[in-house]
Design a protein around this ligand. Sequence first.
Ligand code: CP
Ligand code: NVA
Length: 305
Amino acid sequence: MGKRNLISVLDMKDEWPALVDLAIKLKAERGHHNDPLKGKTLAMMFEKPSTRTRTSFDIAITELGGHALYLDVTKMQMGHGETVEDTARVLSRFVHGVMYRAFDYKMMDKLGEYTTVPVISGLDDLEHPCQALADMVTIKEKFDTFKGRKLVYLGDGNNVCNSLLYACAIMGIDMIACCPATRMPNAEIMLAAAKIAEENGSKIIASHDPKEACVGADVLYTDTWISMGDNTPEEQAIKLFQAYQINDDLLSIASPDCIVMHCLPAHREQEITNSVIEGPHSVVFDQAENRLHAQKAVLYTLLKD
Ligand code: CP
Ligand code: NVA
């Protein structure tokens, strides 16, 4: 098989359930991996800040016996006029995989087209597939099953929401994207995810009514109201999204064993209250840890000979 990328969740659609199971297995086997990626180097190109993605990819490849190379794009020639096509071909001569956090998915796609080694998205303006994988790992750990579960995503229909739509559709979770009309997820992704969900006997629904959407939910999920690269003024975002905040009122209408998820970084008292993120339903730090195990599953699957 030729090289493969993970730029959209759909790039590994058929392997998604196996990736979730592999991440859980690798989590249980932490410290006993036997260097399956010995001698492999992952270049990590960042155009935006990161705590979780950078740390988890670096540690993941190190614990699998390989090595990570951090590249700040502003300090690369690509940040000073060299083309992404040339960068892709040069890096392909040095490393075994490239992780890229980009502003623009078109740059991500170009990098994926021109490298001869796998490109793994560490987020762009359209998707965040590795986050969605860690999210599915977390849901499986907490509930064991996916079918018939109800996940409500509240707030901005952003990159995290788009990848979650695909991941939920693939795993058979019913998902409601509950966002203001002007900040719905990508329309093509909604449609494509709804089609996949239908094949899997589940539903993808849009809503603008948090109080109705959250009734009986198994998972409440939110993300920042202002993503990196989004210039919406804070006061405007607060007005637009206030009704979508995850707080004790919304939590009280969800299922009694509901879990609360957030990809982090969180903005307390904006998209989520301090009492909810610090409360007994919150699984956000398990979710963050699972980034590590999910990255290992992706790296193993794409980079192992
Ligand atoms: N959730 C996530 O991707 O976090 P970072 O921006 O810290 O990588
Ligand atoms: N939607 C957020 C996710 C950060 C991990 C952003 O793009 O900034």
